[in-house]
Ligand binder design. Structure first.
Ligand SMILES: Nc1nc2c(c(=O)[nH]1)N[C@H]1C(S)=C(S)[C@@H](COP(=O)(O)O)O[C@H]1N2
Ligand SMILES: [Mo]
Length: 503
């Protein structure tokens, strides 16, 4: 029993040692093997994978997935340790297979570094080395006499040492990767050019009601959704965008050329198709960028094209209807967000922003390639995973004040929220309290049809439980549909509802 535990510990420590050194090597060559395996798992996930990923990992970083991959590695390592008692060869074969899985994942990443295979090789090699030193000691350490005390201590010391070295190397590697990496430093040094056209936000656009989402979302509060386990770190000096496919002439543009073009400011609300009714996967920013239609007309789009497949440096793709990129709307290659270069997690140095379409079919971050093509010939990332080929944003509203479950003091108060249908606009919002008559809320001044609009309604709250329901009214005069639909395949519907108790 004791030797089994020791064998498992030796194997797990060997795996920790190897994985840690592999991560450190990965940081140096720019390709973390654990992130590669996690990324491959995200891509291989079944169609319901996006729901699951969002449920599991939320909108923040993907620490949970990295932790899961690391735990799996330790468990397999423990297995290799146990196996080594019977057959060292079998244990070594298991480690080699693990290294191969890491190598295949690493080189098959779309943004694979040239030396991507080095890190899993280092990881597997270091694991084999540690295993060859620790595993025999786990089995032979006697346990009764004096010498045994010394040898047990030596075994424990070596095992703990290997595990600790691995952990340190991994932490060092991740710090190298996410910390002082070039992109962060370069981004901090950038001064964006002034916009040739600016947007002034009307004074009445923000009602300034506490707890109501501000009309411009602070960048730090802006939702984040992507499949990138390790956020791509792009040095703008090396960034290029290629426009090709059904065009007369291919166009290639670099960072300096892009910044030299007349950049325009626009305010656009981005929405994720995964946003539930009442959810917060939506935000509005002041973007700085260059209209994509100018670059497309430079390339000369051929008559039979109807879609642009945009690709990010890490292989995400979005299929955007051509007309959304060639009509007059502010469909841009964005370089600035709320007065600063794009944050790295929001697509630095260049992303797409297209008013009126959910992010998964339009808002490609870290974009490097635009292929002019046809819906019949190409698909974006989420389409084969069960999401609709087209993603126009649906008419929707949200109640921000009061919040679900709030306790409200009786007396004069206010109900407020936001409503949106980007690029179409919102004509009004109505509110229903406890199943009574629909009352017209007051709309704030909209910045444009491309942004959400705040709304409010005075409320004389009486003691007791109350239910508040809202619905937006479309520009055609039709109210938002009450039919409840989940986010998949093309966006949630239904009225937002909040229950509060007034005292
Ligand atoms: N490269 C890349 N771009 C991407 C995605 C992605 O997974 N990878 N996700 C898209 C989705 S689903 C949304 S909703 C928006 C979110 O943009 P944000 O994270 O800046 O809010 O980015 C889009 N662009
Ligand atoms: Mo999304």
């Amino acid at each position: 029993m004791r030797t089994r535990a020791r064998a498992a510990a030796a194997g797990a420590a060997s795996a920790a040692f190897g994985a840690g050194l592999g991560e450190l090597a990965g940081a140096l060559v720019g390709a973390s093997p654990i992130a590669a395996v996690g990324g491959a798992l995200i891509d291989l996930a079944p169609p319901w994978g996006k729901d699951l990923a969002i449920a599991l990992f939320g909108t923040g970083d993907k620490a949970a997935l990295v932790t899961a991959v690391a735990i799996a590695l330790l468990l397999i390592g423990a297995g290799a340790g146990l196996l080594a008692r019977r057959s060292m060869g079998a244990a070594q074969a298991l480690v080699v297979v693990l290294g191969l899985v890491g190598a295949v994942a690493a080189v098959s990443r779309a943004d694979a570094a040239a030396l991507a295979v080095v890190a899993p090789a280092v990881g597997a090699g270091a694991t084999l080395l540690a295993l060859s030193l620790l595993a025999p000691r786990a089995v032979t350490a006697p346990s009764a006499d004096d010498a045994a005390g010394t040898s047990r201590r030596t075994f424990l010391l070596w095992t703990a040492g290997a595990a600790a070295t691995g952990a340190l190397a991994a932490v060092g590697g991740w710090a190298l990767q996410t910390g002082a990496r070039a992109a962060t430093a370069v981004r901090a040094a950038i001064t964006l050019p002034r916009a040739t056209t600016t947007v002034s936000v009307p004074a009445g656009a923000d009602l300034g009601i506490p707890q109501l989402a501000p009309v411009i979302t602070p960048t730090s509060d802006f939702y984040r959704i992507d499949t990138a386990l390790a956020v791509p770190q792009i040095d703008p000096a090396t960034w290029h965008l290629r426009i090709h496919g059904k065009v007369d002439t291919e166009v290639e543009i670099g960072w300096d050329e892009l910044l030299a073009l007349p950049l325009e400011e626009s305010v656009t609300t981005l929405t994720c198709v995964s946003n539930e009714v009442g959810g917060d996967l939506i935000g509005t920013a002041r973007w700085l960028g260059y209209p994509i239609r100018h670059l497309l007309s430079r390339a000369g789009v051929q008559a039979d094209a109807d879609m642009v497949l945009s690709t990010s440096i890490d292989g995400f793709t979005a299929g955007t209807p051509l007309e959304a990129l060639t009509d007059e709307r502010n469909a841009i290659l964005a370089v600035g967000m709320n007065g600063e270069p794009l944050p790295i997690a929001h697509g630095f140095p260049v992303r797409m922003v297209v008013p009126g379409l959910y992010g998964y079919v339009s808002a490609t971050k870290w974009v490097t390639d635009l292929e002019v093509t046809r819906f019949a010939d190409a698909q974006g990332y989420w389409t084969p995973r069960g999401w609709s080929e087209r993603g126009p944003i649906k008419l929707a509203s949200r109640i921000d004040v009061p919040r679900r479950g709030d306790t409200v003091a009786a007396g004069d108060t206010v109900i407020a929220g936001v409503a949106w249908q980007q690029h179409v606009g919102v004509r009004g919002v109505q509110v229903q309290i406890d199943g009574g008559d629909w009352q017209d809320a007051t709309l704030a001044t909209a910045i444009s049809p491309d942004t959400w609009v705040q709304w409010s309604l005075p409320w004389r709250a009486t003691a007791g439980p109350h239910t508040i329901v809202a619905r937006a009214i479309g520009t055609d005069g039709q109210p938002q549909t009450p039919t409840v639909a989940p986010p998949a395949p093309d966006g949630a519907t239904g009225w937002p509802r909040v229950s509060v108790s007034v005292t």
